[in-house]
Design a protein around this ligand. Structure first.
Ligand code: ADP
Ligand code: MG
Length: 685
């Protein structure tokens, strides 16, 4: 056993309880501790004279204790300890809550360094609950102090101590697995130095150097893994399709395709008939007409004797695709089925049987398609719509039901390029940056409560002109969020609109808590024009296509992320009539208003996505772990774009030389890739 594999319990101060808390963080060995990087740093190097220390900021102060601390017991469970300390410039009043033992630790006549937020009350300076240590000890002050991600029962200071111990025990045993030429070429410091330095940097320059090495390494293994995956997918035979011209399919359509659709379709036809498995992302802003391109792929697969599966993230969307595609394929002999979780068991069984017997050419469904028992006779093409909602893992799970089927993923969430490189690193990408002719920009307005009545008048006029409107609210039930009372409860809200505001209009309601039948009925009624206004939650966010709807009203718009708002707005502007989006928000925060204004300023999904990424960071952008890729520990996809490009290039160079990483010197790299993708074993089998 190497030192790195030793249990954390070999360290001082870690008993069974602490070990358990550490295990919750996945920290079982010394090596785990060494790789538990700080999430932030506090610069505690500068010691401020009390008089000059800036108010409201975290500062270090070195001062002498003049009198013994005084503790008073306010009530049971609450004690307050006061101490006054001095330096050459002034005095500082310290207050500690529930730390009566401090009277034994803060000794009169001794100097300590205190770190805390400097508060100013009149002319009196003070700190509440500062961290402190004896002058000269340099453990938690006088240096750059790491701040660690924590769990209950462990403090950052404790962790720092254990990590230091672990690094000490592991002296000279942290191996460097990056090939030496690579380190030289990219000017990367040694791994051992980098790890020790991120835990205890002497300067921020040094930290940057160390961090760059670790980021590079992480992105190198990640991109190498993805590139390998891509290679493997490409190898071997795919489900061969006929080399038919796209015109044979486009003849079936009531409209001509845009150039972007034409190009995408031609590429896909070429992929399908190439003899190699297709792995393609079709990215197009909302309303660019992705469905019909997917239909083309299904058509060619069916013509060539292959079955297709189309997976959508919601039942509403699956149902809609089923309707659209059944209608489109009418008379072509292509047999379409629907499979969703809420269908009756008998109906499901019937669909499953027909799939297995090859009596269906296309099945449209939700993730119910992934369940065991769903078997295909000749699955040749797997399509996932609104891919950002599915993880890589789910994508692969569906593919596993066929013999290397072609894969097409469709996403309307425009993803900033750098992020796409990672998330779709294993796919080829087609972009559709054009919308069907006659479409206009959706005019977007941000309004406050004072304009609600005018907005209601506007809804009425749209309906009078023969159009329809959506009103979206953030939550079904009063949520536990703060200010929940103000959130529009959709059910109550729909009722109120019907009885008080629009007694003469037909109002529908759809939300996630309705059962599938009721959802379907509400959508069908709106789609058929039987309701004028559809009050909804975000269940209508993706994919829903009702071209006659021209107005999207979003209540509490500040509760949504930009990309989500853009998706919602994408529900209108799908027909020839001018469409509008109204964002209601009572928020006065300048930041929020700026964010919402960004949406009013552009209809370009890519610009919005970049703004969103910048404002919220990639974690929120996708929801936690939604993309199914390994969790990145150090790299920040929004900030580390240069290193990403460099690492990706390095990974490609390495694989070009040794595609399967079989050379002995590349074994450590292979091992790291395996570990990184450990939680997604189905990606690497
Ligand atoms: P999305 O890319 O958001 O999934 P859809 O595939 O739902 O877009 O298409 C949006 C609407 O545009 C649908 O009503 C579809 O029938 C229509 N459409 C698609 N392509 C064209 C085209 N080339 N010309 C006219 N209408 C089109
Ligand atoms: Mg769509």
């Amino acid at each position: 056993m190497t030192q790195a594999e030793q249990s954390v319990t070999t360290l001082n101060g870690i008993g069974a309880k602490k070990a358990e808390a550490l295990a919750r963080l996945g920290l079982n060995t010394l090596g785990d501790l060494a790789r538990w990087y700080p999430r932030a740093y506090e610069d505690r190097r500068k010691i401020w004279p009390i008089r000059q220390a800036p108010e409201g900021e975290n500062v270090c102060i070195c001062a002498i204790v003049a009198q013994p601390p005084r503790t008073s017991y306010v009530r049971k469970g609450l004690s307050v300890t006061h101490v006054t300390v001095f330096d050459d410039s002034s005095s500082l009043a310290l207050t500690f809550f529930n730390q009566p033992y401090l009277s034994k630790q803060l000794l009169v006549g001794q100097s300590y360094v205190f770190y805390g937020t400097l508060e100013l009350n009149g002319t009196r300076r003070g700190m509440v609950n500062p961290v402190f240590e004896q002058e000269g000890s340099h453990a938690s002050t006088g240096r750059i102090v790491p701040v660690y991600p924590l769990t209950a029962g462990i403090s950052s200071r404790q962790l720092a101590g254990w990590i230091a111990q672990a690094l000490e025990a592991m002296s000279d045993t942290i191996p460097d697995d990056l090939p030496p030429e690579l380190r030289l070429a990219h000017q990367l410091p040694a791994r051992d130095w980098a790890i020790r330095t991120v835990h205890a940097p002497a300067s921020f320059e040094e930290l940057e150097l160390a961090r760059r090495r670790l980021v590079f390494e992480e992105l190198f293994y990640l991109t190498a893994g993805l590139a390998q995956l891509h290679q493997r997918r490409q190898a071997g035979g795919g489900c061969l399709c006929k080399g038919l011209p796209t015109d044979d399919f486009t003849h079936l359509l009531p409209y001509t395709l845009t150039h972007a659709q034409q190009a995408a379709l031609a590429t896909i036809f070429a992929d399908l008939s190439s003899g190699k498995p297709m792995n393609r992302l079709l990215q197009g802003d909302v309303g660019s007409g992705k469905t019909v391109v997917a239909a083309g792929a299904v058509w060619l697969a069916a013509r060539s004797g292959w079955q297709s599966a189309l997976m959508a993230p919601t039942e509403i969307l699956a149902e809609q695709h089923y309707q659209t595609l059944s209608a489109l394929f009418e008379g072509t002999g292509i047999r379409v089925g629907l499979l969703t979780g809420s269908m009756k068991a008998r109906k499901k069984r019937d669909i499953r049987e027909r799939l297995e017997l090859g009596m269906l050419d296309l099945v449209v469904g939700t993730h119910a398609l992934l369940s065991t028992g769903v078997e295909f006779a000749r699955l040749g093409l797997v399509i996932t719509d609104e891919q950002h909602r599915f993880g890589v893992t789910q994508r692969s799970a569906l593919s596993a039901k066929g013999m290397r089927p072609h894969v097409l993923v469709m996403s309307a969430t425009p993803i900033p390029r750098t992020l796409a490189l990672i998330i779709y690193g294993d796919l080829d990408i087609s972009i559709m940056n054009e919308r069907p002719p006659g479409r206009q920009e959706v005019d977007t307005f941000l309004i406050g409560e004072d304009k609600r009545e005018r907005m209601q008048g506007f809804i009425r006029r749209q309906v009078q002109e023969g159009h329809q409107a959506y009103i979206v609210c953030p939550a079904v039930e009063e949520s536990e969020m703060e200010g929940a009372a103000e959130l529009k409860n959709v059910t109550a809200y729909a009722k109120q609109l019907q009885t008080e505001v629009f007694p003469d209009l037909r109002i529908g309601l759809v939300h996630g808590k309705l059962n599938a039948k009721a959802k379907e009925a509400a959508m069908a009624a709106f789609s058929a024009g039987e309701t004028d206004i559809l009050v909804a939650t975000t269940v209508i966010e993706v994919g829903v296509d009702v071209p006659n709807a021209t107005l999207m009203v979003i209540e509490n718009a500040d509760r949504f992320g930009l990309s989500q708002l853009h998706q919602l707005r994408g529900r209108v502007g799908r027909g020839r009539a001018k469409s509008y989006c109204v964002l209601l928000s009572a928020s006065r925060s300048t930041e929020t208003r700026q964010r919402l204004k960004a949406l009013c300023a552009t209809n370009d999904g890519f610009k919005i996505a970049e703004k969103d990424l910048e404002l919220r960071g990639p974690g929120d952008f996708f929801g936690s772990r939604q993309h199914g890729l390994p969790q990145l520990q150090v790299a920040d996809l929004a900030g580390d774009t240069r290193v990403l490009a460099e690492a990706k290039e390095a990974a490609e160079t390495l694989l070009a030389d040794d595609p399967e990483l079989e050379k002995p010197e590349n074994q450590p790299v292979l091992k790291h890739i395996r570990t990184l993708f450990e939680e997604n074993p189905d990606i690497f089998n």
